[in-house]
Design a protein around this ligand. Structure first.
Ligand code: ZN
Length: 231
């Protein structure tokens, strides 16, 4: 996943903690902790996709009664019920002091919280993916190696490295624009550059096939697809 430079749900999940009265959930690291780091789709109360977190964060949400696990058959489980589910051969499993636990793929929050909003990391590649490998000036698509990243407001005039100021440009348009703004160069942008929504990251992962066989996972993520298509 890191090859796409996507950052998903790390520091934004400060709210995920155990209830003070509960004994903390002890999760035992297996296979280098890879299973605990696998992605889990988080749905809101209305089953709309909200974000992606890790198996570790998802289990804490369920353990602290903030979310239920949604299984492949569409049934919701609280932690005690989920803990009784048999771990099948193709499941990813996490060890606990009470035995093995099936790694969830999807959880559904009891209450949607706007705290959950991971960001897509700003990288050259992600800007190009956001723009669909299309030059934002002439509108033509090019192979990645033939594209540049253009600062809409040139750097020499105070333009920043931010989603709203970076666009994909072919080399011809980039040279033509030079140190001018689009208005000065009479080269209007095809679309206003924006910070992509987190579901862009999830769709990229699905498209890249990473979720069909993420590193460290035994089974794929086909159960995510209907929710991401809907979202
Ligand atoms: Zn161009």
């Amino acid at each position: 996943m890191s090859s796409l430079g996507l950052s998903m749900g790390t520091s934004n999940h400060r709210g995920i903690t155990n209830r003070p009265n509960n004994r903390p959930l002890r999760l035992l690291e297996r296979s280098g902790g890879q299973v605990l780091a696998l992605p889990v789709l988080v749905l809101g109360r209305g089953f709309q996709p909200v974000t992606i977190c890790t198996v570790r964060q998802a289990l804490r949400l369920v353990y602290s009664e903030r979310a239920n696990v949604l299984d492949e058959g569409g049934h919701l489980h609280d932690f005690p019920t989920w803990a009784t589910m048999v771990v099948r051969a193709h499941d990813d499993a996490i060890g606990t002091l009470r035995g093995d636990l099936r790694a969830p793929r999807i959880v559904r929050l009891h209450h949607y919280s706007c705290r959950y909003h991971p960001a897509v990391r700003l990288t050259r590649k992600n800007v190009m993916l956001r723009d669909g490998l299309r030059c934002q000036y002439c509108g033509d698509t090019f192979p990645e190696q033939d594209l540049d990243i253009d600062h809409v407001m040139p750097r020499c005039r105070g333009g920043q490295n931010e989603w709203q100021n970076l666009v994909t440009s072919c080399q011809t348009c980039n040279r033509r624009k030079g140190g001018h703004t689009p208005q000065e160069a009479h080269m209007p942008l095809r679309s206003r550059p924006r910070m992509p929504h987190w579901s862009f990251a999830a769709r990229l992962l699905l498209r890249a096939g990473l979720l069909s066989s993420p590193e460290g996972s035994r089974s794929g993520y086909p159960q995510w697809e209907p929710f991401l298509r809907a979202g």
